[in-house]
Write a protein that binds this ligand. Structure first.
Ligand SMILES: NC(=O)c1ccc[n+]([C@@H]2O[C@H](COP(=O)([O-])OP(=O)(O)OC[C@H]3O[C@@H](n4cnc5c(N)ncnc54)[C@H](OP(=O)(O)O)[C@@H]3O)[C@@H](O)[C@H]2O)c1
Length: 254
């Protein structure tokens, strides 16, 4: 088996305190990277995740920042620079998922969704790129969703935000290729996290979801983290602009 060694690399995982981001943070730390764990509200959980990362013998830090606020993201990235000296890997996992029928969707609901899921990702890329250039290259790993590929009824603002993340990936990959910054995107299907748990908790809804997944189950966060590690590692040096489906085959079923 080929080992993945990220010793000496510095990673920032937005939304790294819980769910898919936490699994990514732990996997990167296990592979030897120093990891900044971003969160917005729950400091205790973020500090716990950072402490779990440190158990792998790397440096880790929980950093509060609302990715929807440009000034917060600027401060987040300069904190990473001050504490760890460089930035090699950005995993932009912070995101929200809310339900709103189109005719009832308020301007505020739409703005919140786009602020966090789209502007937040743009802000993080904007701050990360000069630091990666300085480091001689880097990996940007964005997080979309099957919703961004095939749409999602009653979550059109979410689906549109994730479609934007896919377009952003395809735009930045050629834009940053000469700087040796590889830009890829993971499109997760259903995963067991705080975000999906309320929906998956209802037996009828869960069965409907499972019927759309050829592998017949939802994903475990570690299975998302495997894709992150691959895209952060020397195993993927000729891959950029790719949308990696990690969904148990769900997109095939429509
Ligand atoms: N779970 C799924 O089934 C699924 C499927 C497809 C795509 N995704 C995508 O995968 C990503 C991670 O989802 P998840 O399931 O891990 O979500 P989650 O369990 O709800 O965790 C969300 C994480 O994002 C952070 N966060 C939320 N808003 C933020 C903001 N404005 N600024 C900074 N951090 C913020 C949270 O921090 P606090 O703890 O401080 O609130 C938390 O760390 C999201 O982009 C989501 O859209 C998830």
């Amino acid at each position: 088996m080929v080992g993945i060694d990220l010793a000496g690399r510095v990673a920032l995982v937005t939304g790294g305190s819980r769910g898919l981001g936490r699994a990514a943070a732990l996997a990167l730390a296990r592979a030897g990277a120093d990891v900044a764990v971003n969160y917005v509200k729950d400091a205790k959980t973020a500090r716990d995740t950072a402490a779990r990362c440190e158990k792998f013998g790397v440096r880790s830090l929980a950093v509060k920042a609302d990715v929807a606020v440009a000034a917060d993201v600027k401060k987040l990235c300069s904190t990473v620079g001050c504490e760890f000296g460089r930035l090699d890997i950005l995993v932009a996992s912070a995101g929200i998922w809310k339900r709103a029928a189109i005719e009832k969707m308020t301007e505020r609901q739409l703005a919140e969704m786009l602020d966090v899921n789209v502007k937040g990702v743009f802000f993080c890329c904007r701050e990360a790129v000069p630091r990666m250039r300085k480091a001689g290259g880097g990996r940007i790993i964005l997080v979309a969703s099957t919703a961004g590929q095939r749409g999602e009824a009653f979550h059109s603002h979410y689906a549109a935000s994730k479609g934007a993340v896919i377009s952003l990936t395809k735009s930045l990959a050629p834009e940053l290729a000469a700087d040796h910054i590889l830009v890829n995107c993971i499109a997760p299907g259903w995963f067991d996290t705080d975000m999906s748990r309320p929906s998956l908790g209802e037996p009828e809804a869960r069965n409907q979801v499972l019927a759309t997944i050829p592998l017949g189950r939802v994903g475990r966060p570690e299975e998302f983290a495997g894709a992150v590690l691959f895209l952060a590692s020397e195993l993927s040096t000729f891959i950029t602009g790719e949308i990696l489906n990690v969904n148990g085959g769900a997109v095939l079923v429509g």
